[in-house]
Ligand binder design. Sequence first.
Ligand SMILES: [Zn+2]
Length: 118
Amino acid sequence: MRITTVDYRLKRDAVLRDYRCGRLSRWDVCDAHPELGRIARNIGELTRRDCPVCSREKLRRVNFVFGRELDCNNGRAYPLRQVFDGLRERYRDFTCYVVEVCVSCQWNHLLESIHISN
Ligand SMILES: [Zn+2]
């Protein structure tokens, strides 16, 4: 099995820096699609990290999985544990995109992508 991870936290931090110094508006950074907000609210994994924009909520993580073999499950959100314990055993090649979301202000950003191939 091979796992390749791309970390987007530096990009996220740059976006937050631009927001805090006024180069980006709140509309620019708090633009979660309503469906993403709904998924985050219903099945997002609660983190210990406060929202970096509004500080009203703990962030939630949503893990979207894509891969040719997934068929009707392509693009679905899964708990991270299930990505590594269940999907990894059923599928040979897929990518999990981990997104952080605030269900209060709609802040969202891609945190990392995890490509798994067996
Ligand atoms: Zn927020």
